[in-house]
Design a protein around this ligand. Structure first.
Ligand code: XMP
Length: 510
């Protein structure tokens, strides 16, 4: 498959380059900066992008690509640190800045650039760099300059080398996507219109080959990733796919039912539903520490899953819905982009079970998984659902988790989601849920004084869950949710709205 290759020098924006290219329907992959040239060539890339990164080219341990990268005859685009690398490599002058330039800047574009073709004469761009190029190497020409006369872009069309001091992948850079398009389609000649579905037949064939006639187990949670992975796998191996759904007793209203209706009743898959709620709730009794809760749930999940899997004869592989961002994180340099996300995986499952792993989504971003799911005719409510954490409602009942508290939270959460759906807000937000605060406050209900729990509403917008902003829901919608909760859910007399961003808060409360 035709592709553009991105070498990662540790910028927090590297993944964004990939996402922008893919949204242009250009397939691309990210490799660590140190990838040997043989690995690069084995992918036959049409072009190579050197990402930004936190280092200075003057650092002793400054990351450098395999030097052969520059003489393969494949066009190269250096972004930020990538530009400084190019400048140093070809004999230009890079100066060490005393202070990092960060934020919006204005650049003037010169005429005749291939990379900046079709763009206006001046643009706002996003800068985030320390060093800067003072003199371009011989044979290069300056194609954009900052208002303060700094060199913002350069190119050598004969050698196929292009560079930008600013970040075209960042949303704040005007027409940045056009620059990436110019590179991929204009300069590198990438012609195809890639879509996630173009991987469909390839993925199915690969799963079939990997499974080799053996049984594959899938921990089906009913979430987007495991659902799409299961449908792909079922296409490949049919009834050799055996799904296990663990009801932890910590699920939301309707989760188990919807999973059963879609996968068992409608698709006819083999789904073993294991009701382990008594076990989970028993072990959580009296536990209040968020970390302890997570650990107990994680271990118990593995224990239950392992026990059930052993009942399935000839089970040799585990299907996992691992996505591309996790794959990149595990192979790339740990720059400032390094993310701590261990709690997001079904930690330890594959190691404990000593099974082969099948990860058909490992080259996809979340939005692409949804697109793939659509082409597989998975129902929209499954594809468009908000993320739901593995530990479930246990981390939304603050403090001790009891069946009574879970019941209150589940009902409040159901009402909230119902109202948000009805108002058309559900697809506009990343996550919307309720949290049960274990504090009681005084209220009046009719003529009587009440002394009940508080529900906090948490609604956030985000692109990847790493940062988030609280959603500005219309007041009348908040009013409706609040009045329904206090009048319909017994045990709640107060509703509050969480107006904290992430950071400094997290999305979940525990
Ligand atoms: P936080 O609370 O860290 O959450 O801001 C970021 C995103 O991750 C989800 N999350 C989890 N997902 N297992 C998961 O599968 C977990 O233990 C877990 N903890 C948080 C959270 O819902 C949000 O989307």
């Amino acid at each position: 498959m035709d592709q553009i290759l991105i070498l990662d020098f540790g910028s927090q924006y590297t993944q964004l380059i990939a996402r922008r290219l893919r949204s242009l329907r250009v397939y691309c992959e990210i490799l660590p900066f140190s990838a040997p040239v043989e690995d690069i060539l084995s992918r036959s890339p049409r072009g190579i992008i050197l990402s930004g990164g936190p280092s200075s080219v003057y650092d002793k341990a400054a990351p450098k690509p395999d030097p052969a990268v520059f003489s393969l005859g494949i066009p190269v685009l250096g972004v930020c640190y990538g530009m400084q690398l190019l400048a140093r490599e070809f004999g230009g002058e890079v100066s060490k800045a005393l202070q990092r330039e960060y934020g919006l800047g204005k650049v003037k574009l010169h005429k005749g650039s291939k990379l900046l073709a079709g763009l206006p004469g001046a643009l706002n761009v996003w800068m985030s760099h320390g060093d800067e190029v003072k003199k371009v190497p011989a044979g290069f020409k300056v194609t954009a300059a900052a208002s303060g006369a700094g060199i913002s872009a350069m190119e050598n069309t004969e050698l196929g080398l292009y560079a930008l001091q600013f970040h075209p992948e960042v949303h704040h850079t005007e027409r940045g996507v056009k620059m990436l398009e110019n590179f991929a389609r204009g300069i590198c000649g990438y012609k195809e219109r890639w879509t996630p579905a173009s991987f469909l037949s390839e993925s199915v064939a690969e799963i079939k080959k990997q499974a080799g006639g053996k049984t594959v187990i899938c921990g089906l949670s009913g979430g987007v990733d495991s659902s799409v992975a299961a449908v792909l796998a079922h296409k490949a191996i049919g009834d050799k796919l055996r799904c296990i759904f663990v009801d932890t007793g910590l699920l939301r209203h309707g989760d188990r039912q919807r999973m059963k209706e879609v996968f068992h009743d409608k698709f006819g898959y083999s789904v073993r539903i294991v009701d382990a709620s008594a076990l989970f709730l028993g072990r959580l009794k009296g536990v209040t520490s968020p970390e302890r809760k997570r650990k107990i749930i994680g271990h118990t999940f593995i224990e239950v899953f392992d026990r059930e899997a052993k009942k399935i004869k000839d089970a040799s592989f585990l299907l996992q819905g691992t996505l591309y961002p996790d794959v990149i994180e595990s192979v790339s340099v740990k720059g400032p982009s390094a993310v701590i996300k261990s709690h997001h995986n079904v930690g330890g499952l594959p190691a404990k079970m000593k099974m082969g792993l099948i990860e058909p989504l490992r080259f996809f971003f979340k939005d692409e998984v949804r697109e793939l799911g659509r082409s597989l005719r998975i129902p929209e409510p499954v594809l468009m659902q908000h993320p739901f954490p593995g530990p479930g409602l246990a981390i939304r009942v603050l403090g001790e988790v009891t069946p009574a508290r879970l019941a209150i939270l589940r009902e409040a959460d159901r009402l909230m989601r119902e109202e948000i759906q009805a108002a058309g807000w559900y697809p506009k937000i990343w996550q919307a849920f309720c949290v049960l605060l274990p504090v009681r406050s005084v209220g009046v209900m009719g003529d009587e004084r009440s002394y009940e729990f508080t529900i906090a509403l948490r609604c956030v917008s985000s692109v990847d869950g790493m940062t988030a902003d609280w959603s500005k829901l219309p007041h009348d919608l908040m009013h409706k949710i609040s009045s329904r909760i206090v009048s319909e859910v017994r045990g709640v007399n107060r509703v509050v709205y969480d107006i904290t961003s992430k950071p400094p808060a997290t999305i979940e409360w525990e």
